[in-house]
Design a binder for this molecule. Structure first.
Ligand SMILES: [Zn+2]
Ligand SMILES: [Zn+2]
Length: 137
């Protein structure tokens, strides 16, 4: 199991983080919630099992918006600039890290485009990456 070390920050630089973990995947998610939260065609997220999560700066600036009717979906964002920041399940079972906020190369490349059933008709496409209506089986 290869260790993945991520470090990143928000647009204004107030929030900085480091996350180490395993079982990393990079997925493009086209679901409606990710589209709304990012304002783009899809979210590019690194999902991993976190071993450690370290907020280097600005943890007190983080805001959380939990979608009321969602089981898990929440947007964690910098209260100064609004950049989405990593969200870590309270039980540390999974971390979802917005790939665009990374300051290093996670060493992962996109494995899948998920939630194609919610894809915007204008959203970018890439036939080299497997596509799934929701999650991969
Ligand atoms: Zn910020
Ligand atoms: Zn999504």
């Amino acid at each position: 199991m290869s260790e993945i070390n991520l470090s990143g920050s928000c647009l204004c630089g107030s929030v900085q983080y480091e996350i180490a973990g395993t079982d990393g995947r990079l997925w493009h998610c086209h679901c409606r919630r990710c589209r709304k939260a990012t304002g783009t065609g899809h979210a590019s997220n690194v999902l991993l099992k976190p071993d450690s999560v370290k907020w280097i700066a600005g943890e007190d600036l983080l805001n959380v918006y939990k979608v009321p009717d969602a089981k898990r979906f929440a947007a964690v964002f910098c209260g100064v600039c609004g950049s989405l920041m990593p969200r870590v399940a309270p039980d540390m079972s999974i971390a979802v890290v917005p790939a665009g906020t990374l300051d290093n190369d996670p060493g992962l490349r996109p494995e899948a485009r998920i939630f194609q059933d919610s894809k915007a008709p204008w959203s970018c496409d890439d036939t080299e990456v497997p596509q799934y209506d929701t999650y991969p089986a």
